[in-house]
Design a protein around this ligand. Structure first.
Ligand SMILES: [Zn+2]
Length: 68
């Protein structure tokens, strides 16, 4: 299974923000923006086994355009 961490994924909490966190649950996964991740963090802590921060720009390689 591959995960495209660069894809635009919306927050699962019916808000217009882009998801910033992938919350892995035993039975599936959820995407939350930073706001909702913080809002539900206490509850998620009990059910999530992994929280992955998306859009970490510092580790993404910069793709330069090939010379024509
Ligand atoms: Zn949200």
């Amino acid at each position: 299974m591959t995960e495209d961490l660069n894809a635009w994924i919306g927050c699962d909490s019916a808000c217009p923000a882009q998801a910033a966190w992938l919350i892995k649950l035993v039975e599936g996964e959820l995407y939350f923006c930073g706001h909702h991740k913080n809002k539900f963090e206490v509850a998620l802590d009990k059910v999530a086994y992994e929280m992955i921060e998306l859009n970490k720009t510092e580790e993404l390689p910069i793709l330069e355009e090939a010379e024509v």
